[in-house]
Design a protein around this ligand. Structure first.
Ligand code: PGA
Length: 246
């Protein structure tokens, strides 16, 4: 794993955007894996600014998001479809038909898991996957205990995840308790992974990732088995830890 330590959230967002833009320029037909949550918002802002200023085009890019809440339609302001449209897709020249997010409002959710997994395979998989990390070590919504062999599946959200995400909802009761998420093996099939980590509240998680053993009880630890992972982490999250892994 390559680690890039940056000053703060602003610098993490700039560096991450530069990283993605370079990949898009190298391969305009790239399959990008995208994440939601607070971490990538600044990165998406930088992508939009660059698109407006420098004209980086996403016309031929295809995107696949990691996850979606079960029970929310794309029109719901708390859905990840709505989030992605608002935070990125509406502001760049991407064809919305090329933006894929699991559907959380399907009647047959098991069928939707299979559809999403085979869609990814049909597109040849993800070239670059952007990831955040949960304070409990989840990647996507793969909560502790998820098997490393998992494909796109339904997950019951951990109480700590529901608590952490309640900040986006009017009340904690509104946070869905289940989600559909790419599995760990789905994520691991990505050719390259960019993990973004910011803030003191992620320090314990990144510490466990860098110094702990690979275990299904800490999903992000699987990234140690991936041949091409870059971590961009700010000082608040990583200072004093980086030397443990180099
Ligand atoms: P956050 O979430 O970016 O809102 O901290 C990260 C995650 O849960 O994966």
């Amino acid at each position: 794993m390559k680690i890039i330590e940056v000053k703060d959230y602003t610098e993490m967002s700039q560096k991450a955007a530069e990283y993605i833009i370079e990949k898009v320029c190298q391969n305009p037909k790239i399959n990008l894996g995208l994440a939601t949550g607070g971490t990538p918002v600044g990165t998406y802002k930088n992508l939009i600014e660059d698109h407006e200023k420098n004209g980086t085009s996403y016309q031929n890019v295809t995107t696949f998001n990691l996850d979606e809440y079960i029970g929310l339609s794309g029109e719901n302001k708390n859905s990840y479809r709505y989030f992605m449209d608002e935070k990125l897709f509406n502001h760049i020249d991407i064809n919305k038909n090329n933006t894929n997010i699991p559907r959380g409002d399907c009647k047959d959710i098991e069928e939707e898991c299979l559809r999403y997994e085979s869609l990814l395979a049909n597109y040849g998989g993800i070239d670059l996957q952007i990831l955040g990390i949960g304070s409990n070590g989840h990647i996507g919504f793969n909560e502790p205990g998820t098997t490393f062999t998992s494909q796109t599946h339904v997950i019951k959200l951990a109480p700590s995840t529901i608590n952490a995400n309640a900040r986006f909802f009017k009340s904690i009761e509104e946070v869905p308790t289940k989600a559909i998420t790419m599995g760990i093996s789905t994520i691991m099939k990505s050719k390259e992974i960019l993990l973004l980590v910011s803030g003191e509240n992620k320090k314990e998680a990144i510490g466990k990732l860098l110094t702990g053993k690979v275990s299904e009880s800490f999903p992000a630890s699987v990234l140690k088995n991936h041949p091409c992972v870059t971590i961009i982490a700010d000082k608040a999250a990583i200072s004093g830890l980086k030397s443990h892994c180099q």
